[in-house]
Ligand binder design. Sequence first.
Ligand code: 8YV
Length: 331
Amino acid sequence: RPKVFITREIPENGIKLLEKEFEVEVWEEEREISRKVLLERVKDVDALVTMLSEKIDREVFENAPRLRIVANYAVGYDNIDVEEATKRGIYVTNTPDVLTDATADLAFALLLATARHLVKGDKFVRTGEWKRKGIAWHPKWFLGYDVYGKTIGIVGFGRIGQAVARRAKGFGMRILYYSRTRKPEVEKELNAEFKPLEELLRESDFVVLAVPLTKETMYMINEERLKLMKPTAILVNVARGKVVDTRALIKALKEGWIAGAGLDVYEEEPYYNEELFSLENVVLTPHIGSATFGAREGMAELVARNLIAFKRGEVPPTLVNREVIKIRKPG
Ligand code: 8YV
C-alpha cells in the first residue's frame, strides 16, 4: 500500500478514510514538525498531507523521490512551490468550499467586534474596571461604528469574498468588490458593484481582504492605499498577513488614517508585535478562519478524497495544478 505522511493531527474522519487505502503516518506532536525532521520523514512517502506552516519546495521534493501528490490542508497554497511540483509531475490539491462559510463568518465576527469594541468591552467587564468606576453607563462610552446599511468593500471576490457579501446583504450593506476578473453573474445575485481598488478603498466603511497571496497581492495594502481609506473605516484581513504592509497599518491605526482593524493573519506566524498589541482599535485572532468543527472535518474528508481519487487513477476533485495531468496520469 502506498504510504502517506500527514504533518499534523487532522480529524479522525480523514485519517479513517485514508487508512482504508494507504499506510498512514501522522506527526502527532502539538509542535510543528521541524524542517530537518520533515526532510527526513518524506524520504519514503508516496503522498504528503501538509499544512500552511510548512514550506514545500524543491528541497522537499528532492528528498522525496517517491512523492506523487501533496494535499494541502488549506485552501491557500502559497506554502507550496506549485510550479516546481508540476515540473516534477507531482499533483497538488487544496481544500476549497468546505471552509468558505467558516472563514466568512470569522471575517464578519472581526468586523463586528472591531466596529463595536467587543474585546475592549469584555475586558472592561471581566477585569472589574466597570465595577471600580461605579457608573452603570454613560452615553459616550464605547461608541462604535454603525454596521447596518453601511458600505463594505471586498477585495478578492472568490468563494470567501462572495460568502462575505452574502452576509453583508443581510446587514443591508452596499457591496463593492474588487477582483482580477469581473463577475457579472454574481454582481447581479448579490447586488455587488465592481470598483477599481483605489475607488473601493475611498468609498468603503469596511474593507475585507479575501485574496490569495500571490506576487500581485503581496503588500497590496500599503501606506499609499491605507491613506485612501476613510478615517472612520475598518480593515479586516482573513487572507494572508503579507497582503498588508503591517508597518504601514500600525502607522495608519496610530495616526488615525483609519479607525480600526480586525486581523486573523500576520506577516509571520506565530506573531508578536508589542506596538500593534498596544493599540486598542484592533481585534486579533490567531489564524482561526477555518477553525470550526465542521470546516476542519470537511477539510480532512476532502484531503482524503483527493488522495484516494489519485490512487485510483482518477483526477483529484480539487486539483490545483491541472497542467500536471499532461506530465503524468494520476495513480
Ligand atoms: C488553514 C487557511 O487551513 O485554508 C487556508 O488557506 O489559511 C487556513 O484555513 C489552516 O491554517 C491550516 O493550514
